[in-house]
Write a protein that binds this ligand. Structure first.
Ligand SMILES: Cc1cc2nc3c(=O)[nH]c(=O)nc-3n(C[C@H](O)[C@H](O)[C@H](O)COP(=O)(O)O)c2cc1C
Length: 189
């Protein structure tokens, strides 16, 4: 059965990010697991100690180990977050900087070819503008690359201070299309 891991980074449990992710999740086949990485005080930020340059694991032994296991088991990885000052929220990034161990496969050797699917969902309170999602989408795209996931789409919803998903048929349509791409050949892979 296909396993989708949805990683969210918002403190607002009934906010726009969760609404978008729930709408998408409702259309996915297989099993969907939710993982919030907001305000994870139990996870130490990356120290750039470079242990992972020579070992395929992180030197820090903390609950990030459970997240690595979830990431390794996923067939699809979805990142979902609001933009805070043009990037992903700091508390989410502090956790995701620990993905350095996946990036470091470039240095260790044996980096895997892309073998699974990914997607990115982003929300911004301000009216839609050209560079609104550039920082956050660049960050997530590089993370998906390092995780061996092909980005099947980036769906953004600007203007969330005024309108939510219920009033945004355009965004819902993009999520429908993304769900279709994520499910294509799903059960064969
Ligand atoms: C610290 C902070 C910084 C923010 N910076 C931006 C920004 O740069 N661009 C933007 O469009 N919205 C910005 N916002 C608004 C959030 O993106 C908006 O409130 C969003 O709907 C929150 O998503 P949520 O409902 O899933 O929590 C910011 C909000 C906070 C709290």
């Amino acid at each position: 059965m296909m396993k989708t891991l949805i990683i969210t980074g918002t403190p607002r449990k009934k906010g726009h990010t969760i609404a978008m992710a729930e709408y998408l999740a409702g259309q996915l086949d297989g099993e969907v697991e939710w993982l919030s990485v907001d305000n994870r005080k139990d996870i130490t930020p990356c120290r750039d100690c470079r242990y992972c340059f020579t070992h395929p694991k992180c030197a820090i032994d903390d609950p990030m180990n459970e997240i690595y296991a979830k990431l390794d088991a996923a067939d699809r990885i979805i990142f979902a977050a609001p933009v805070y000052f043009y990037n992903i929220p700091g508390s989410m990034k502090a956790v995701l900087d620990r993905l350095q161990v996946y990036w470091a496969a470039i240095i260790r050797g044996g980096r895997k070819e892309p073998y699974r699917k990914g997607a990115i969902l982003l929300v911004g309170g301000a009216p839609e503008s050209e560079r609104q999602f550039l920082g956050a989408s660049t960050t997530f795209q590089y993370m998906l690359d390092d995780l061996g996931a092909v980005c099947e789409g980036i769906v953004t919803m600007g203007g969330s201070d005024k309108k939510g998903l219920a009033e945004r048929p355009d965004v819902r349509k993009k999520l429908d299309e993304l769900a279709e791409r994520l499910c294509q050949n799903g059960s064969d892979n």
